[in-house]
Write a protein that binds this ligand. Structure first.
Ligand code: 6PG
Length: 255
């Protein structure tokens, strides 16, 4: 898009159509990653928006995905147990992993049930550092693809506006105190250094309530000039937005 928009914006008539296009993108990214490195590392978000995407990739399209070569990670988690309806892991288990469960060693979940979220964050940090230890400093890569959503306040992952966690420069995972948004439980989240060390990131966004935040994120040429956390996502190779018409609010696609 003209005027310095960061990333490629695609607009679809509704969320199902956007989810289908993103599912195609995930399959392509997975095939490319497996061809390049023998594995596909995917980090997923929680919330309601990815449900149709997960339903597709875990259901009718599961055979198109190289699931046996996929390592699954979470962008963030709520401080609840895996069987709680608010658990991001639990949500994915019931959709993405429902029909084709991965081997336990392929599932790198964040322990929301650990009583101290700081300890859960440290444990996940160690797991990620050891998993990605084979990528070469000083430019370590993390995931092949990170799937993200946004809230109407412009948050992404569990990176909320004004949070000191946004300024983290070193740690890949941080605990986040109870935010003002629902569910009101502490979170454990990937930080910007972890997300921005990914090869690619793709946002899936639906609904008119997200249109103002989306417009502000996409039309700001300098991420640092906005307080919206999602505007600070800048992966190494490619950033894409899969958006429904309501969320686009009249913005024109860039492709
Ligand atoms: C979470 C998230 C969060 C989510 C957005 C959008 O755990 O809540 O990972 O960043 O992606 O809040 O959520 P909805 O899709 O429910 O609107």
């Amino acid at each position: 898009m003209d005027g310095g928009v960061r990333g490629e914006l695609s607009v679809f008539s509704d969320l199902d159509e956007a989810a289908r296009a993103l599912a195609e993108r995930v399959v392509r990214a997975a095939d490319d990653a497996v061809a390049r490195s023998g594995r596909f590392t995917l980090a997923i978000s929680g919330g309601k928006t990815p449900e149709p995407l997960f339903g597709l990739l875990g259901g009718p399209w599961a055979k198109r995905m190289p699931w046996t070569r996929t390592e699954l990670f979470w962008v963030d988690e709520r401080a609840v147990g895996p069987d709680d309806p608010e658990s991001n892991y639990g949500g994915a288990r019931a959709s993405l992993l429902a029909e084709h469960p991965l081997r336990p060693e392929q599932v790198h979940r964040i322990s929301g049930e650990t009583p101290d979220p700081e300890s859960a964050a440290k444990a996940y940090e160690l797991e990620l550092r050891s998993f990605f230890a084979d990528t070469v400093p000083p430019v370590p890569f993390t995931f092949d693809l990170v799937l993200l959503g946004i809230g109407p306040d412009g948050h992404t992952a569990s990176l909320f506006p004004g949070s000191p966690v946004l300024e983290e420069r070193i740690a890949w995972v941080r605990a986040v105190p109870t935010p003002v948004v629902i569910p009101r439980v502490p979170r454990i989240t990937l930080t910007l250094p972890a997300i921005n060390a990914a090869h690619e990131a793709a946002f899936l966004v639906g609904g008119a309530d997200k249109a103002p935040a989306l417009r502000s994120i996409l039309s700001n040429p300098d991420a640092r000039e906005t307080s919206l956390p999602a505007a600070r996502v800048q992966p190494r190779d490619r950033l894409e937005w899969f958006v429904d018409r309501a969320a686009a609010g009249g913005m024109r696609p860039t492709r």
